[in-house]
Ligand binder design. Structure first.
Ligand code: AMP
Length: 637
């Protein structure tokens, strides 16, 4: 057996040979002629000349050996629906969806925006797009009309696929209404909307534009739609993510490189084997949902469990803190993927629930999306008695960048560390201001990657190569390196520890949000003169947003009823623009904000004060009274 060190070294020293070998894990309709084209850094083209298709690799190629094996297991504790689709059934549903999209005019290269709750039709839609060579753009269902409208304008989709509603803890989220409002706000108007009716909320159909999936499905019940063979470098999808500016970036991914990266990660990192069951508790609106609910497990010939609902409610809609473990037992889940926040929620449940079920099928629990704190890691590790594998990555990378590759060699994990660099990633730590590489253990620096980035990594920012280069690759003077915008240290054994973001991105329950987006929404309120939003540590969600607002009408400061009213209006506004996820936990009113003499907001000082820490270097602070006011407000509770 190869050691991981040798495996890693080969991926860096002989990338062409290494990745050509990994590329054998998927089917190619036409072999590639060049493994890695890095002629124009930082852009990388993987497997040029090759033709393949993600849907073929996820579905069709399994029809020969495992047509009747479970492919998609759908469980909703919100509606009580539990249904398994074999690979043959999934193949049929995907073709019906592909034919329906074609009937609505979708062709190769067209964008299809998917705004859906966790329903099987969302998986059919993603796979159908991949089948046709259409570019899917899944927008997280927790986002509200304002966020959705800006994504519609950026992606300019020909068709939107949606549903009447989602449900969370029994609360109905009216997707169709939110979508109608978003289309009203957007400049680009999609030519058709395809809707799944779950009978959860009324839908007002727009004549000529809106179509029911049930009708189109019936019309295409026997449809046979072949896979469109795509160039390896053709775009498979875009997914939006937040950064320093208020405008989300469309992270763009290729086809062949992504398929190879996922297939390789299923073998080397997730140790996923064909015929077994994979359960990721994420949502299709996030990158984890793309890589490890839909494509990764299916490419590996595994059944994937798609779950709608809270981790604490059963199929009978009664409280059940053991529902996930019940599903692990029932479907013999071998690999499970979740987020630390979900485990912190479960930690509040009866610990006996972990012992109530036969969890012997489970080989590992993978956790990602936010820092994994030691008490949470220990609790779940002792409860499950399987390795807990922290893994660090980003929407941009598409698959883990730091973790352990137990499929290559059993490697111990360290509490608090996601692990070591994965094959293909040239990870470095750079000094914040000088850009010098930090080579000594335990020095804090910015985590960066040297090119070429591995297969599966983002190709560029959708329609904006300049933004891709300027945002990610030009943060260190004189060096072209990709910045993760995370602080990190590396210990003497080569294990990395992630110490938080270097930019204004916050992480709420594993979900990434830009404080600037929240600030822009709040500034839109007529009563707001100025605003600062910071992320503050929270024992359950990791971080929550907190807003400090300078009201236009100073009398709000001394009038608690007026302050409460304004706070509630501001929260409603954020709910409507961005969604409840982005809603600040508190809005506090102040007469001025702490800024530098040049007018730059001192967000980090505000954050430190909110968390009861020292505010750090304040030499640039213009007016100390501003920070004192924040301190007073926070202490007042
Ligand atoms: P996203 O693109 O939404 O997946 O967010 C990526 C960001 O989440 C990273 O840049 C980190 O700040 C954080 N993150 C993801 N996984 C981890 C992890 N395992 N440990 C610490 N932070 C993480």
């Amino acid at each position: 057996m190869t050691s991981y060190a040798d495996f890693y070294r080969r991926s860096i020293d002989e990338p062409d040979a290494f990745w050509a070998e990994q590329a054998k894990l998927i089917d190619w309709q036409r072999p590639f002629t060049r493994v890695c084209n890095y002629d124009n850094p930082p852009f990388v083209h993987w497997f040029e000349g090759g033709k393949t298709n993600l849907c073929h690799n996820a579905v069709d190629r399994h029809l020969k050996d495992r047509p009747d094996q479970a492919a998609l297991i759908y469980v909703s504790t919100e509606t009580g629906l539990e249904k398994t689709y074999s690979f043959a059934e999934l193949h049929r549903e995907v073709q019906r969806m592909a034919a329906s999209l074609q009937a609505l005019g979708v062709q190769k290269g067209d964008r299809v925006l998917i705004y859906m709750p966790m329903v099987a039709e969302a998986a059919f839609a993603m796979l159908a797009c991949a089948r046709l060579g259409a570019i899917h753009c899944v927008v997280f269902g927790g986002f509200a009309s304002g966020s959705l409208a800006s994504r519609i304008d950026d992606a300019t989709p020909k068709v939107v696929v949606s549903a009447d509603a989602g449900s969370r803890g029994g609360k109905i989220v009216p997707y169709k209404q939110l979508l109608d409002e978003a289309i009203r706000l957007s400049s680009h108007k999609p030519q058709a909307v395809l809707l799944t009716d779950r009978a959860l909320a009324p839908m007002t159909m727009v004549a000529g534009r809106d179509h029911l999936w049930s009708a189109l499905r019936a019309a295409h019940i026997d449809a046979q739609v072949p896979c469109e063979w795509l160039d390896s470098t053709d775009i498979s999808y875009t997914i939006y993510t937040s950064g320093t500016t208020g405008k989300p970036k469309g992270v763009q991914r290729d086809t062949g490189g992504y398929a190879v990266a996922l297939a390789a990660s299923m073998t080397h990192i997730f140790d996923g084997r064909a015929g077994e069951t994979y359960f990721s508790t994420s949502d299709i609106g996030w990158v984890v949902g793309h890589s490890y609910i839909i494509y990764g497990p299916l490419i590996a010939g595994m059944a994937t469990l798609m779950y709608e609902g809270l981790p604490t409610q059963g199929l009978d809609k009664q409280a059940d803190g053991g529902i996930w473990w019940r599903l692990v037992e029932k479907y013999k889940v071998t690999a499970m993927f979740s987020a630390p926040t979900a485990v912190r929620v479960l930690k509040k449940q009866d610990p006996a629930l972990l012992k109530k079920y036969d969890l012997s099928s489970l080989r590992a629990l993978f956790l990602a999306g936010e820092p994994l704190d030691e008490p949470t890691a220990r609790w779940i590790s002792e409860g499950l008695n399987v390795p807990i594998i922290d893994n660090y990555w980003q929407t941009e990378t598409g698959w883990p960048l730091l973790t352990v590759a137990n499929g290559v060699e059993q490697t111990p994990s360290k509490f608090g560390s996601p692990g070591i660099p994965m094959y293909g990633y040239r990870v470095k730590l750079l000094h914040e201001s000088t850009g010098e590489e930090l080579t000594q253990p335990n020095e804090k620096g910015v985590v960066v990657l040297e090119g070429p980035t591995p297969p599966g990594f983002m190709q560029t920012v959708w329609k904006d190569d300049a933004r891709f280069v300027n945002t990610y690759w030009k943060t260190v003077p004189g060096k072209m390196v990709y910045s993760t915008f995370d602080w990190g240290i590396r210990d003497e054994d080569g294990y990395y520890f992630i110490l938080g973001r270097t930019d204004d991105v916050i992480n709420v329950a594993g979900h990434r949000l830009g404080t600037r987006e929240i600030e822009e929404s709040i500034s839109g309120h007529a009563g707001v003169a100025e605003v600062a939003v910071v992320g503050v540590a929270d024992s359950l969600k990791g971080q929550v947003a907190m807003a400090f607002v300078v009201p236009k009408d100073g009398s709000v400061l001394g009038d608690s009823a007026a302050a409460l009213k304004l706070e509630s209006e501001i929260m409603k506004r954020v709910d409507g623009d961005l969604g409840a996820l982005a809603r600040p936990s508190r809005v506090r009113f102040v007469s001025l904000l702490p800024k530098t003499r040049s007018g730059k907001l001192l967000r980090r000082a505000i954050q430190a004060v909110c968390e009861g820490r020292e505010a750090g270097d304040l030499t640039t602070l213009d007016d100390p009274a501003a920070l004192q006011q924040i301190r007073d407000r926070v202490q007042a509770g």
